[in-house]
Design a protein around this ligand. Structure first.
Ligand SMILES: Nc1ncnc2c1ncn2[C@@H]1O[C@H](COP(=O)(O)OP(=O)(O)OP(=O)(O)O)[C@@H](O)[C@H]1O
Length: 647
């Protein structure tokens, strides 16, 4: 067969990424080798598993390993494995494109990073962050090489593929008749330039240094031919094959035997991450279900945390044999950011994803892991508040999903959650702190949901609470709308929306004093309330006097079970039908607009403009809470006409 070399173009994003890598001043260029070794290790894991599952796959798995070969003369470095390899299509898909979700986001981040690089500011940080967010694995090679050649043959296939690129806009791809099974990546190294952190990557000690630093725990041997002086006088140099890594599985070792640096590199390997772990959680369970686990809480949220196909982070091993990554049965979805490995003793090596879902042992492990992660976060709150804050900022929104889905642990999750509140303009508060500050006689935890802190704070519902110095939680994450509706309690205190139901802010004494006045007022206002209810019947179920307003003339409240406007909008946006709910209009009996309208009703009951005032009052109340008018044009016209009469 004559080899046909095809030249293909990189996807636009891939090209930009390469461009950035090539011109990157990201100082830690050594990490390219970690990426290659990590990919090889994954490929070996996959081959072992596939050969185990597919008995017809005729491959030799007796000596699975990674090999590093440096050629000083040619200035090349080759990393070779006899793992699963890739088919031609896989090469195009996996290496030629960024086969990742969130391409739009990547494009945006790339543009930002590029601007930063162009303007010469925070260039290292920009590319470092980019690498951190998207983990651009294989492309890291272009930090140190001006040409990369990859030759690969997939296990079970006869023909092989060669891919080559200079990191410019294109790459070539060629089908070969033969090649050893597995993958070999050869880097044609850029000239050494230690000012630019480009070291001599053909040097034996440099390679050793990098492998020991970043890849020591890799469970496959990483071999290299090394030289040592022979013994005796004028003895010749002895060349021998050395295994560079210790291959010790970190999770089988106790915490004091492992350095933070080893943990960190292992984290980067399992999590495909570039950041540092925020917290390391080693676990060991003996008894009915034996397993060991090594979990990490990352310090940065991945870009796909809220994407439907976002990855979960736990790899499953059985007796030290890799079974699968992204095992989403090991932690509940709200803890999908937790990374690490679980090594179970008593599972079958043959276990499939479908079986896992049903497996009692896996369910037990999941329960234990969940509790452990939650208790670790709880400990961080007191032992390391800075770390807790970082964790909450990065993952709080995901964790709060657990308030809805994990009822067994709801109280614990509430305990580790933080919320914005009227207590301070900045920062967040825990519920324990809120409860601590509750006023005498206050029995509920007050909250209001909305689309932003500002919008909630300026809503009329807040007025009486502000006037009385009562703290209100300001819940502006979409997920807040969901869990808070499940009406949980914390520390025996119910959550009460200040925009729903009747609010009872007065103490017993105040109540008594206010009672007769209120009765009086209700009598006074009765005709107005009845008339308004009739006039606005289409929109509201009831009109009543309010005890929550001090400044605004009116506000709209739901009953205890009605949806908030923001929740209604969320449902509508997701295409779900939303039942029309009529809410309650509350009027401020001290506001001149309300008292004026009452007087006008008494004096000139036939005046048609009063119905417009009622409509305007209702419209203003809707706008004030951040709601939407059903007919904005009609409202503005009414308002303009009215204003025209007063100028
Ligand atoms: N040595 C290899 N053997 C087999 N497949 C490989 C090898 N190297 C890379 N691949 C394939 O190419 C894909 C892309 O590799 P790349 O290093 O760019 O990203 P990744 O390893 O998936 O993730 P990360 O960016 O976190 O490293 C891998 O997921 C794997 O499927």
């Amino acid at each position: 067969m004559t080899a046909k070399i095809e030249q293909l173009e990189f996807q636009a994003e891939t090209r930009q990424l390469l461009d950035l890598m090539i011109h990157s001043v990201y100082s830690n260029k050594d990490t390219f080798l970690r990426e290659l070794v990590s990919n090889s290790s994954d490929a070996l894991d996959k081959l072992r598993l596939e050969s185990y599952r597919d008995k017809d796959l005729d491959v030799d798995t007796s000596d699975l390993h990674i090999e590093i070969e440096a050629d000083k003369e040619a200035r090349t470095l080759t990393v070779r494995d006899n793992g699963i390899g890739m088919s031609r299509d896989e090469v195009v898909e996996l290496i030629g494109t960024l086969a990742r979700s969130g391409t739009g986001e990547l494009r945006r981040t790339l543009a930002e990073a590029k601007d930063a690089v162009d303007s010469g500011v925070k260039d290292a940080a920009a590319s470092g962050e980019l690498i951190g967010q998207f983990g651009i694995g294989f492309y890291a090679t272009f930090m140190v090489a001006d040409k990369v050649t990859l030759t690969t043959r997939r296990a079970g296939e006869t023909s092989a593929t060669r891919w080559e690129s200079g990191g410019d806009g294109t790459y070539t791809i060629e089908t070969l008749d033969e090649a050893p099974q597995g993958t070999s990546v050869t880097l044609h190294l850029k000239p050494e330039d230690s000012d630019d952190h480009l070291f001599d990557y053909t040097s034996e000690w440099k390679i050793k240094e990098i492998v020991t630093k970043y890849s020591d725990f890799i469970s496959w041997p990483i071999r290299m031919e090394t030289e040592r002086p022979g013994s005796g006088e004028d003895a010749e140099i002895v060349r021998e094959t050395t295994t560079l890594n210790s291959m010790k599985a970190l999770w089988t070792r106790s915490r004091d035997e492992v350095s933070d640096e080893e943990y960190r590199e292992f984290y980067r390997h399992v999590a495909h991450a570039w950041d540092d772990p925020l917290e390391i959680i080693p676990m060991k369970a003996e008894g009915t279900f034996e397993y060991q686990a090594l979990l990490f809480l990352p310090s940065h949220a991945p870009h796909d945390l809220f994407m439907r196909d976002g990855k979960t982070g736990i790899s499953l091993y059985v007796r030290r044999v890799f079974i699968m990554d992204d095992c989403d049965d090991l932690v509940p979805p709200y803890l999908r950011f937790v990374k690490g490995v679980v090594d179970a003793q008593d599972l079958s090596l043959n276990v499939s994803r479908e079986i896992l879902q049903q497996d009692r042992q896996i369910r037990a492990i999941r329960r234990r892991l969940t509790k452990k992660v939650l208790s670790t976060i709880k400990d961080l709150m007191s032992s390391s508040p800075d770390k807790y804050r970082t964790l909450w900022t990065q993952f709080g929104r995901a964790i709060k999903e657990g308030l809805l889905s994990d009822t067994d642990n709801r109280e614990t999750i509430l305990g580790i959650s933080s919320f914005e509140s009227t207590h301070s303009d900045e920062g967040v508060t825990t519920l324990a702190e809120y409860v601590e500050r509750m006023k005498d006689g206050q029995e509920q935890i007050f909250y209001m949901t909305g689309e932003s802190r500002r919008q909630i704070e300026s809503s009329p519902h807040m007025e009486a609470f502000r006037a009385r110095g009562l703290e209100v939680l300001l819940l502006s994450d979409p997920v807040d709308e969901m869990w808070v509706g499940a009406a949980p309690e914390f520390d025996g205190k119910r959550f009460q929306s200040i925009a729903k139901g009747e609010v009872d802010l007065e103490s017993e004494e105040e109540k008594k004093a206010a009672e007769s006045e209120r009765e009086e007022r209700e009598k006074d206002f009765e005709p107005l309330l009845a008339w308004m209810q009739e006039t606005l019947d289409e929109y509201v179920q009831k009109v009543r006097l309010s005890s929550r307003l001090t400044e605004s003339p009116a506000c709209i409240v739901g009953d205890d079970f009605s949806m908030s406007p923001a929740l209604e909008r969320m449902y509508r946006a997701s295409g779900q039908p939303v039942p029309v709910t009529k809410r309650i209009l509350e009027l401020n009996p001290d506001h001149p607009l309300v008292t004026g309208l009452r007087a006008a009703r008494e004096e000139r009951p036939d005046e048609s403009a009063q119905a417009e005032t009622a409509q305007l009052l209702y419209g203003m109340a809707l706008l004030a809470e951040g709601g939407e008018l059903t007919d904005p044009a009609a409202f503005t016209k009414m308002l303009a006409d009215r204003l025209a009469r007063t100028v």
